[in-house]
Design a protein around this ligand. Structure first.
Ligand SMILES: [Zn+2]
Length: 159
């Protein structure tokens, strides 16, 4: 893998950064590794859910297991957000809904990074990256400004 493919790739949250949500991101274990979203798979019917679920929403099975989605997905649809809605996210940005090869019915929304919003196309191949999703959120208790990290999708082949 070429040097710097993941740009600001993170191996773990840095000091002062807070994860968007616990238990949904698998950080790369080495610079050659890729980040993955952590989903759940039902042990009875095989249904995959993200964010992971303890119980299956499809068959009501009570046993699920951790399931790593592949790093690559395809843009199913997208929207360009022009209005400031969430503090700490700059507009305009593209919000994409992607499909992973593991489950045709599973749709996951996320911000795109590494290209301009108008470059986003339906069917575009993207990879999962870990990046800052919101900046400058004031800590509730400390009053410190912190960044929130989470997942984004980046066009394959873009730096
Ligand atoms: Zn099930």
């Amino acid at each position: 893998m070429e040097q710097g493919k993941y740009g600001k790739m993170k191996l773990e949250p840095e000091k002062g950064e807070i994860p968007l949500r616990e238990g949904i991101l698998k950080f790369p274990s080495s610079p050659e590794d890729e980040p993955h979203l952590i989903a759940s798979r039902c042990k009875s019917c095989g249904d995959i859910a993200f964010p992971p679920k303890v119980f299956c929403g499809k068959c009501e099975g009570e046993e699920t297991e951790e399931f790593l989605l592949s790093n690559r997905a395809k843009v199913y649809t997208y929207t360009i957000v022009h209005q400031m809605g969430i503090p700490g996210i700059e507009v305009p940005y593209a919000l994409v809904i992607v499909k992973f090869p593991e489950d045709e019915e599973l749709l996951i929304a996320g911000q795109i990074t590494g290209c301009n919003p108008e470059e986003v196309k339906i069917g575009m191949e993207v990879e999962t990256v870990i990046d800052k999703v919101r900046s400058g959120i004031l800590g509730f208790l400390t009053g410190e400004s912190r960044d929130v990290i989470g997942y984004k999708f980046r066009p394959v082949g873009k730096k």
